[in-house]
Design a protein around this ligand. Sequence first.
Ligand SMILES: Nc1ncnc2c1ncn2[C@@H]1O[C@H](COP(=O)(O)OP(=O)(O)OP(=O)(O)O)[C@@H](O)[C@H]1O
Length: 816
Amino acid sequence: MKLNVEQRKMVELEPNGHMLIKGVAGSGKTTVAIRRVSFLQMHYCLEEDDHILLVTFNKTLLNYIHYQYSKLEDEEKGDIENWLSGDSDVVIKTIDKLMYNYFMSYLNRHKLKLQIADRPATFKTIQQAIMKLKEEFVEIKLLSPKYSRFLLDEIAWIKSCGIPDEETYQQIDRIGRSTGSRNTPQKLTKNSKTRKAIYQLKEQYDLLLEKKGLVDFKTMNLLALQQAQEVGKTKYTHILIDESQDLTKVQLHFLKAIHADKSYGSITFVADNTQSIYSHSWLGKGRPYTTIGYDMSGKARVLTKNYRTTTEISKAAYGLIEHDEEIMGGNVDFVKPSLIDRHGHAPIYRFFLNNQLQLQFFTDEINQLRQEYRLEDICIVAKEKRLIEDIAMNLEKEGIPTEILHQNKPDFGKEAVNLVTMHSIKGLEFKVIFLAHLDDGVLPNIAQVDVEDEETVNTEERKLLYVGMTRSNELLYMSSVKKPSKFLKEIDPNQLRFKRDTSLRPFQRVAISEYRFVEQIIDVNAKEEMVRQWMIQQLMNTFHYPLDLIEVEYEVQQFSKYGYVDLAVMIHVNGGEKLPYIFIETKSYGSGIIDAKEQVKSYMNTSNHVRYGVATDGVDISIIDRNGEEVSDIPKCQPHFLPETKYKSNYKDFRNLKEYDYLQDKDDLNSIEVVDQSTGLIKDMNNAIQVPIVGNVAAGIPTMAVEDYRDTLSIPEDWLIQARDTFALQVTGDSMIDEGIQPGDLVLVHRQQTANNGDIVIAVIDEEATMKKYTPMGSTILLLPANTNYEPIQMNADDVLINGKVIGGVLNKGDM
Ligand SMILES: Nc1ncnc2c1ncn2[C@@H]1O[C@H](COP(=O)(O)OP(=O)(O)OP(=O)(O)O)[C@@H](O)[C@H]1O
């Protein structure tokens, strides 16, 4: 893989304090960071104590980096191999692991024995703390065990931001807690008794934990920071922070504290705020770098090309971002993506009425995909762990091996379908991604709304879906069960497909005001009408059938009974007769298609013309051909399905013996299209000549100057010898029918007095013109008809006047 110019520049930039690499998903930020580690190691580790640190946010990503680079070609590996194996001055760690080590040193230094509290212990302790403070803050309703989750989260936030005292907490802008919506207990107004109560609760809770020999995770972070600030153990000359938008303020300060301040040292932030999915993150919320002590003016570099996903997937994913007010409102540093010209299948969206159907879909689809992809190229992603565990269990039952990518050493290379949560897939990529359970209630998760402001939850969860979508290299499936996530509505349905290898878009409700054929529909409010109207819209917009070719309640006769097909697509056969081509049976949404399939088959049997049958309930679809075989798509409308708007004749060029289709628009006979019959190529008509139609063959061509003829024939210039001397005559007799020249045809005649053997000529005998083949025989001339009913005419050469040579003819003009 060759880095692009921008990427290479970033890799090889002379280190100069701090810098920011920002870019869209898949633009190579992590790739650049890894290569930059090698560059810095080679050129800017000058002293014994120079070390480089590459920090990642989660462990899956860390292991993924190892896996990706184990796959590199030998010459690409270079020294990356060395530092990945831990055998150098480069340390590559997750932020948690790194801080945990400092926390342990802190405990040693202070001879303390503290353990990290698990979730049940934190809940129990917060409830005890609430009880202790309740009397002091009777009027604060928030101080109740039922808001434990909310309170714990607020305390965690206070610690994540490193807020040192109550006074600071009273003053601080609380992003994400501004509106106090639906289930949020109340607004956390500045300088309020509520904030006072919360802060005191935090102190009480920490005290109680300490008494139990415990600290929570965020206190562990604070102690690690303290250790880093107080004891200058190992310092890193260069620090590169991947996904830095997800780090808390305390984590960022910690990294600052372990950064060695050397003239050739550097700290590189790698970030994409559109992928900020943690509510306690600091920079991801749009806060400036100056809040952590870095001025980024002139220090930011941007990567805009998404190398990972196809244009089709990228476009659908950006649709989500465009609905994010926080990002679009300019509060968040957003990089506008540019698309690379790599195309593939549009994302597929499926809706399922129950979980079982979704599981069945995964099994069927993966079994199909197995023919093209290795199982390890496929990854199923869902918001929650329990959901991926359920899917994994089911796939195993169906004989498909799975690997849940846990934080602990996931095995990326195993011949198995990967499963991972949405948060953990950050930074990873797979050829095929299934985003499962994009359900209302799961994404966004309503339960979370009581700890966060609703808009904050929305924006975070929308980004989560964005992150998930941008993980796919080639194929992206999205599915929901029972009720779709509201975010799916933000994706333009034209960017999605109903299933693989089809142009059909997923079901969408059509507004009743846009219903078609209302005068023929008995009940516009009937449930099944929704599906029929969606199908009509699809036939018109996606498959390009004009409304004229669509019929509802198409009557068919089955023995003595009549049946009515919900939808029939008609086509004009050979431009003429209108016959049914596709029959469609629509059922009410989600009601199943078994009956509809049978029905459509039996209707198809009533007509020899129908080629395709479709049965759909908007959730499932079956498309069959005449033989009852399933096909993947509805055929698109073809030009020859439409009524004929042109007269079609044959043009025979007698000089070159070539034949052409000669098409005249019925409304404008001089609007001509000419197609070479041997090559199928359309002839350029830019230099067409208007040849006058001067009369009929019996009259011959006038010897006088010809002017102002009303009717003309458009003829390409290169078919003529000389435009000035060319005329068209209508054929009157049938003496040349064996040459394909019929009465009524038009022949093109070049005015000349001589002819060669075999030429078809207009010869004048006794002032009457006739069209024959010219054959000179000594002093006589034989004029040969091309019709066995007529005798050749033998004349003295002197008695025959050649009027002109037939150079071509517009033949079989039919009903002109
Ligand atoms: N110049 C390039 N040419 C071809 N492929 C590239 C190039 N740069 C990066 N890629 C590929 O694009 C994909 C995304 O790269 P990478 O994971 O580094 O992006 P990222 O910006 O860190 O993405 P994200 O923020 O979404 O995790 C990888 O498969 C990588 O190999």
